[in-house]
Design a protein. Sequence first.
Lengths: 254, 254
Amino acid sequence: MTGNLLTALRKPSMRHPVSRVFRPDPTTLLENTLISHKRGFGPGKILKLEGDLSSATYCMLDGWLALSKSMEDGQRQIIDFLLPGDIMNPTSANENTSAVQIEVLSYARVSIIPTGTWAGLLDQVPSLETRENHFIASALSRLSERMLRLGKGTAEMRVAYSLLELYLRLDAIGKADNCKLCLPLTQQQLGDFAGLSSVHVCRTMRRLAHRNILTAHGQMEIVIHDLDALAVAASVDLATLKSEIIPAPDINPC
Amino acid sequence: MTGNLLTALRKPSMRHPVSRVFRPDPTTLLENTLISHKRGFGPGKILKLEGDLSSATYCMLDGWLALSKSMEDGQRQIIDFLLPGDIMNPTSANENTSAVQIEVLSYARVSIIPTGTWAGLLDQVPSLETRENHFIASALSRLSERMLRLGKGTAEMRVAYSLLELYLRLDAIGKADNCKLCLPLTQQQLGDFAGLSSVHVCRTMRRLAHRNILTAHGQMEIVIHDLDALAVAASVDLATLKSEIIPAPDINPC
DNA sequence: CGGAACCTTGAGAGTAATCAACCCCCGTGG
DNA sequence: CCACGGGGGTTGATTACTCTCAAGGTTCCG
């Protein structure tokens, strides 16, 4: 009912039942907290504006959110996407405002947990802090990878990398069957993510399609035909990238 | 002897002695750990390459480090600078390799504390975890701010923003007297940070100088004459930026 | 004096943004 | 049923920005 997040949190103890004696499951507390803070939002809904008061941790149960920043002239950069299972606290260093705008891309179910409540949870659910740290490390790695390409990459690299990153993340949560991605994004939004105009995103994707690396239909239904060629275009080593940006619990299925 | 980091950690309890009974100071443990792991490195030294094994927290006592990523063709992006007082763990989501290259820019004294030891410290020094979280929030805010400009900003915005960010950070540790910054950087390195070629950094800074916004001499001794104009050029609200990227302990002296 | 590293400036080339037109799809309402 | 409008996607033409290449200039130091 609360989706991948709980599943993922349960896995470690299920995999190693010998490591713990049976006791009242702390994930029950987590589950109750997640459920009681769960809310649903439709596409286009703005959950937070930049600078809004915010001091909460977002636990993604389902759907997509975009974290973005804008300039006065309306230019926008998507800083990151939040996908099912992700945990993220967008509070900036001042402890009470959000550094980014938070927008719903596809119908999303999110548990928004106030910082105080979250701190209590961390005390009582030991695996949660570890998991949160994995997500922070993962987010930092992703941001670094993207900054490299924003600063020094060509349009092709940026688009190829963006698609690869999304592919790896979706694949990790079982949503990229056969290299097919369904992205709830317009080309404008993909451009805001990759640091390109929507027109140039279109041209670049067409070129990739023309080389039989991928095909796209309709509302961003993308099929990657040649993962290796896409990795070359993105200037990425796929295995390394995966290990660096996908949180550890999902990589080590023991 | 161990510099700003300890000073900063001590401040809270020193300011409010009434809030704690006297007891064996946990900062003694911290101090000992910092001292016993302290090392010094000269400019140019590479502490880690991308992908090197790494599982440690870096506590900056003095000097500058650069975290960077490179592409096969040698293009390089500086992801972040580490300045005195900063705490940072560059480990990627796989828990054992560094997501970035770590390079010394000016003679640096750093305590490099293995993850296990660090976890023990966190248990015993309550203020440390809070402080680490502030640094994480601060780093994420900075990265977001920079990504916005890498993706959508002009060369002028990028240079102006880079200088402003460094000004705010140096000012916060008392190293930006009278808007004068001494950056241990070449224009090439500033370009790697701002996502520009060294040639274009030069042109852009000259234009800013020509407008009497700043002057630069020698090895990047920069004096900002018109902070407001620089903030306009960077498309930044200075007070907001400061609150978002400078860790809270220096703002909320509670 | 010579060399090295860095900064400065100009000229030319290349990449991506912008502007503009058109297409397609789809939902709405006459 | 069809006319209409809106939101996206596609494509071409033009513009603008930034890179690269190249040639000095400066400072520092052996």
